[in-house]
Design a protein around this ligand. Structure first.
Ligand SMILES: *Cc1c(COP(=O)(O)O)cnc(C)c1O
Length: 358
């Protein structure tokens, strides 16, 4: 993780206080005995997992989940003691390493379960077992349950702490989600169950599709993507005007000359580009904030620079702060402009952008 910006004034401020409030907001909305598993995979959706994990103490969250074992080990290495869950998949070597590091494994299929049972021949192995209730990606399907149940029964040192599933369309299709819940319940009744269940992602949690006592696995909602969540943004991405010039009408701007000034224009160059994760699809298709006002991106986003039109922003000057994300520009807005989801907007903010934690 790079430190404070040294020479280039482009950086992301990460508000740990907003992240803590978002945890509270979600936790307060949960039914009795339900708890939050904070999903901090992919460097906490680009926000900085090793710092935000410190906000996730055991009194606040039940567990922190990551996608990769590497990500979970990184958290252990910096001293995080909160229970950790790796969503996987892993092979036997990964499972044994996870146990060495006191990391729970989310088992996603029969091969992985067999590997976990192998490791559990001579040590305790803690797992959460995933069912595929309809998404068709990870998890055991119904025809695999009987053999899985036999494997579990034959392995006394395999500790099945939870069974879980993942929703495919929790943001827009409650009917499909309800059917997934029915499938999940039927799979449990078919012979594999555990004291704890967790089903809901952020979308299902925000829609109140959580049963009493079930845990929830929330990622995106913790980062305040915009109108799609009642939580606050955590990341503000800023830069500054590096070059400012007045150009005559009908002057080309940027690679491919995709924009021509319509009038005499004040054109500012910002030292941020697609190498920083500022999507090239924002070319001629986005705004930034300068002096509290929106300024449009004109011309192509290039690897290291963006050009904006500040003709209508009184007093705009070299050195002025520029907000790329935040101050009213949400990840939801950018995602809509470039036909993706806020997850990708956050994850794309590259390692070249220093994160400053407040
Ligand atoms: C990423 C992930 C989540 C979190 O999803 P959000 O939509 O960000 O809340 C939950 N569960 C699993 C299995 C995941 O992979």
């Amino acid at each position: 993780m790079p430190g404070a910006p040294e020479f280039r004034p482009t950086y992301a401020v990460i508000e740990t206080g907003a992240f803590a409030r978002n945890i509270e907001t979600i936790t307060r909305s949960l039914p009795a005995r339900s708890r939050l598993i904070a999903v901090l995979k992919a460097n906490a959706y680009g926000h900085g997992a090793t710092v935000l994990a410190w906000v996730c103490e055991s009194k606040r969250v039940a567990m922190i989940a990551t996608a990769l074992l590497e990500e979970a080990i990184t958290l252990r290495r910096v001293g995080i003691t909160t229970p950790l869950l790796v969503l996987g998949p892993l092979d036997a070597r990964g499972i044994a390493t996870a146990m060495d590091e006191d990391i729970t494994v989310g088992v996603t299929g029969p091969e992985e379960l067999a590997a976990a049972c192998e490791v559990a021949k001579d040590r305790d192995v803690d797992i959460h077992l995933k069912f595929d209730s309809g998404m068709g990606r990870l998890g055991l399907i119904e025809s695999e349950l009987q053999q899985a149940a036999e494997m579990i029964r034959a392995t006394p040192r395999l500790k099945l702490e939870a069974v879980y599933t993942h929703f495919a369309s929790a943001d827009d299709n409650d009917t499909f989600t309800r059917r997934q819940i029915e499938n999940f319940d039927r799979m449990r009744e078919a012979g594999i169950d555990a004291p704890l269940h967790h089903l809901a992602n952020s979308a299902a949690t925000l829609r109140g599709i959580v049963r009493e006592g079930d845990y929830v696995r929330c990622g995106i909602a913790l980062f305040g993507p915009g109108a799609s969540a009642p939580t606050d943004p955590v990341m503000t991405w800023r830069s500054a005007i590096a070059r400012l010039k007045t150009l005559p009408a009908n002057h080309a701007i940027g690679y491919g000359t995709t924009y021509h000034t319509k009038r005499e224009s004040r054109i500012a160059t910002i030292p941020v580009g697609y190498a920083d994760g500022y999507s090239r699809r924002l070319s001629n298709n986005g705004d930034v904030i300068v002096r509290g006002l929106r300024a449009p991106i004109v011309g192509r986003v290039s690897m290291d620079f963006v050009t904006i039109d500040v003709t209508d922003i009184d007093g705009a000057a070299v050195g002025d702060e520029v907000t790329l994300l935040g101050d009213g520009i949400t990840a939801d807005e950018i995602a809509a402009r470039i036909d993706t989801i806020p997850y990708e907007v956050f994850c794309n903010v590259s390692a070249r952008v220093p994160r400053i934690f407040r």
